[in-house]
Design a protein around this ligand. Structure first.
Ligand SMILES: [Zn+2]
Length: 330
């Protein structure tokens, strides 16, 4: 058993229970919100809304959510603490890392490896120490420790900034052992970039990495190859049925279970109580994108299509538990 840091304190890994491995509470453009707060409105109302939605999620039997909201996504842990205190039945695990599809934030432009040429030496990336500090000491004075690391690669591919964050995340992982989730773009096979940079070059054990958003793809052979390579596959955008469908998202889970990969998948929605990236008038066009969709619609569909209760428990309980265990530097 492993002590897993959550917002309200450590939880034994054996007590994580049913875990959704990729759910945001808020996704915010922090500096836009600071200057144009009208849409956000009342802080108290937003917190109350989140408490209500998360209580409903806990009442559905989910014991733990993993919130991979990091720099670039408006992480603000004091607000998460305020919410968590009102939903004590739900463990919330928060993350450290940096979310970008192209360049590093300007804060990092002229720091660390950006200075290598000017100084004629390898300058360590300050991101590594920031991430390790969040994991070891806690985030921004809250005392809440990050339980995982997060980075991203999307259709732009392995840009200089994406690669720099990926290597910083890998180094922070090797120093601490806390697991990693990577936002990937599976239709462009970006999992292979993760494999080369993080696994082959930085020495990360692939079983410690979730390749997020794998369920955006229906390419069973490609996903099977990544599972065989040891990665966990995040089938973690249930309800975002824009470029794909409910059936396609569910059917690829059915197929990978049929191929024997239930032990390599985790399930989630990538939902949020509020995300400012989307016009609020568009949200009604995504009626299944909420925290209860898996319980209400996905699991019945999976069972109807041959996925066993044992496989569902593997994906929702056993795989997350394994992911948060065996944490140690290497
Ligand atoms: Zn996300």
């Amino acid at each position: 058993m492993t002590a897993v840091p959550t917002v309200l304190g450590v939880v034994d890994s054996g007590d994580l229970g049913r875990t959704y491995m990729h759910e945001h509470i808020f996704v915010l453009s922090a500096d836009v919100q600071q200057n144009y707060p009208a849409e956000w409105g009342s802080e108290d109302d937003r917190v109350a809304d989140a408490v209500e939605k998360l209580r409903a999620l806990a009442a559905s039997g989910v014991r733990t959510i993993v919130d991979p909201t990091v720099i670039g996504l408006g992480r603000y842990v004091p607000r998460v603490v305020r919410i968590a205190e009102q939903v004590p039945d739900l463990n919330i695990i928060v993350a450290t890392g940096c979310y970008t599809y192209d360049d590093v934030p300007f804060f990092f432009h002229h720091r660390g490896p950006a200075l290598n040429a000017a100084l004629g030496m390898e300058v360590p990336d300050p991101m590594v120490d920031l991430f390790v500090g969040d994991i070891v000491d806690g985030i921004a004075g809250t005392g809440v420790r990050a339980g995982l690391l997060k980075c991203a690669i999307d259709h732009q591919g392995l840009t200089g900034g994406v690669e720099r964050v990926m290597r910083a995340v890998a180094k922070a992982h090797r120093q601490t052992g806390v697991p990693i989730t990577v936002h990937t773009h599976p239709t462009s096979h970006s999992g292979l970039d993760v494999q080369r940079v993080m696994v082959a070059e930085e020495g990360v054990d692939p079983s410690r990495i979730v390749l997020g958003h794998s369920g955006d793809s229906s390419d069973a052979d490609h996903l099977s190859a990544l599972a065989e390579a040891g990665f966990l596959l995040g089938m973690d955008r249930f309800g975002i049925n824009l470029e794909t469908t409910f059936e396609a998202r569910a059917d690829i889970v059915v197929e990978l279970c049929r191929r024997g990969f239930a032990s390599q998948m985790v399930l989630s929605h990538d939902a949020a109580c509020y995300i400012d990236w989307i016009d609020p008038n568009v949200i009604p066009f995504l009626p299944q994108w909420h925290y209860l969709h898996i319980e209400q619609e996905v699991l019945p569909y999976l069972r109807d299509h041959g996925v066993t209760d044992e496989q569902i428990t593997t994906m929702l309980v056993d795989n997350p538990q394994r992911y948060f265990e065996n944490v140690g530097p290497y």
